[in-house]
Ligand binder design. Structure first.
Ligand code: SF4
Length: 268
């Protein structure tokens, strides 16, 4: 496979001109070819998968993952929607475990949105420092808390339209809060969900979290959206790892079109 690609690109790179001179080309011929799964690393279910077939496959994947990860849930510790909002802001580019180590002291020191809003920013920064990007996270946590105190009477808003107006809050954070605290159907596209559904299972064909959310919505009943998101996150953490997925033990391997599935180790 590798030698074939080398040969094709070598031919393209050394095309002869009419004068007989060897001319290096830009590889434009290659760029015109539509991307394939093998070249992009993203799986494709192929043209034969109609929307109805994809829906059925998604349903089967969801049922298997629900059974495999019956303990799937939001892993960020919290006692209120506001605390979960803050924890989710802190969880960007950071593990849930690390955030859970930081938030008890943060919420003990600043137990309400009002207290967080009037805090010394440097003190918030010091408390959240170990989660990384601590200056921008402290700014977002304080800004969102100030808006909740000022515009929403200290209570976390319950709609996505209101939530995304808060500083540092995008659709992912808003959906975490809605799906976990307010029982509102929400598809949460974190880094694991993006990888598993877009690159591996081919239930979506975009890298953009908002577009992935839009493509997943019609595949399942809204009542399953949040549960499916958590199950996908667990699957990404425990099995469909970014570097070397554990395909031989994967419960949805038969429904996965990823062309680079890992093989079971050879037995002696
Ligand atoms: S078969 Fe492999 S790549 Fe496909 S979902 Fe399972 S672990 Fe991920």
């Amino acid at each position: 496979m590798k030698s074939k690609r080398t040969s094709r690109s070598g031919t393209a790179a050394r095309a002869r001109t009419a004068a007989g001179k060897v001319r290096r080309t830009t590889g434009a011929t290659d760029r015109r070819r539509p991307p394939t799964a093998a070249r992009t690393g993203r799986a494709s279910a192929g043209p034969a998968e109609t929307p109805a077939v994809r829906k059925r496959r998604a349903r089967r994947i969801a049922n298997i993952l629900f059974a495999a990860y019956s303990d799937a849930r939001c892993m960020l510790d919290h006692r209120s929607a506001w605390e979960l909002l803050v924890a989710t802001i802190l969880a960007a580019q950071c593990t849930d475990e690390r955030v859970n180590m930081v938030t008890p002291e943060l919420f003990a020191r600043f137990p309400t949105p009002e207290a967080m809003a009037s805090a010394d920013t440097a003190e918030i920064e010091a408390l959240v420092r170990s989660t990384g990007f601590f200056r921008s996270k402290a700014k977002s946590v304080q800004g969102a808390s100030a808006e909740i105190a000022r515009r929403f009477g200290g209570r976390c808003p319950r709609t996505i339209e209101e939530l995304v107006t808060l500083p540092g809050v995008g659709r992912k954070t808003a959906n975490v809060v809605l799906g976990t605290c307010f029982d509102t159907p929400a598809i949460i596209v974190d880094t694991h969900v993006r990888r598993v559904v877009s690159e591996r299972l081919a239930l979506a064909d975009s890298d953009d979290p908002d577009e992935i959310e839009r493509q997943l919505q019609p595949l399942l009943a809204p009542s399953d959206w949040t549960r499916f998101s958590h199950a996908l996150t667990f699957h990404g953490r425990r099995c469909c790892h970014a570097r070397k997925p554990a395909c031989p033990g994967c419960p949805v391997a038969r429904l996965c079109p990823w062309p680079q599935k890992t093989a079971a180790p050879a037995t002696a």
